[in-house]
Design a protein. Structure first.
Length: 242
């Protein structure tokens, strides 16, 4: 097995996708197709384009399935789960669970991290961008720790893991909102704004609530009924009525 198959899971879209060949050998067509489809899937998903994302994920997994390798399916499933974590659709990564027995140790460690169930032994196996957050969650050292200086998806995934663990700070929530906003990722922006809104509501901060409600109103402009999942639309309506 070459080194590319042993590399730690990285949240960069290109590096997360497995390439079953050496660096000087052209990538096989299935790998290129799967990478391209997964990149489109992640972008569509985070923007709230659910139907487009579903189609692209189907393409990506279909290409990977052609290899007959559980490790490839597990790697792709982790990318999907990371994107879901970034947008606070917190699941137990069922597709990874299906193929996780065939995953490399680094990927199994990353799967545990996404669930907030990692250990100290897992930290060195994680992508560098996630190691600070992983350590923070194990030591409860929240003070002064921001999101990792990394790609936007990595930052939001780290924030999602922290939220899942109940150890996220107000500053990290605000940073997550701005990271998602800069990318124009409507689904992620909405999810994180709702978290920030709940915090403002709990604090009785009427001024902050007014600002956040206006931002949420902007997000609804031009939004097609089929672009976001019903549960998120329902949550938004429920939050705004409070």
């Amino acid at each position: 097995m070459n080194n590319a198959l042993r590399m730690p899971v990285v949240l960069g879209l290109a590096s997360l996708m497995l390439v079953a060949c050496a660096s000087k050998t052209p990538s096989p067509n299935w790998a290129l197709e799967a990478q391209s489809a997964s990149e489109r899937a992640v972008q569509a998903y985070l923007k709230g384009q659910t139907r487009v994302a579903d189609v692209e994920w189907s393409k990506a997994f279909n290409e990977v399935a052609g290899t007959g390798l559980p490790s490839q399916m597990a790697r792709m499933a982790l990318l999907q789960c990371a994107a879901q974590t970034a947008a606070l659709e917190l699941t137990d990564c069922p597709r990874f669970q299906r193929y996780g027995a065939g995953a490399e140790p680094a990927e199994q460690a990353y799967a545990r991290y996404l669930q907030g169930a990692h250990t100290a032994a897992d930290v060195p196996l994680l992508p560098q961008a996630q190691q600070a957050m992983a350590t923070q969650l194990l030591t409860a050292a929240q003070a002064g720790v921001g999101l990792p200086a990394a790609q936007a998806l990595s930052q939001l995934t780290a924030a999602g893991v922290a939220l899942r663990a109940g150890a996220i700070t107000k500053a990290q929530v605000q940073q997550a909102v701005e990271v998602a906003s800069q990318q124009g990722w409507r689904r992620a922006v909405m999810a994180w704004l709702l978290v920030e809104r709940r915090g403002a509501q709990d604090a009785g901060d009427a001024a902050a609530l007014q600002v956040l409600d206006l931002r949420l109103q902007v997000l609804q402009e031009g939004l097609r009924k089929d672009e976001l999942k019903n549960d998120m639309k329902s949550e938004l309506k429920s939050e705004l009525k409070k």
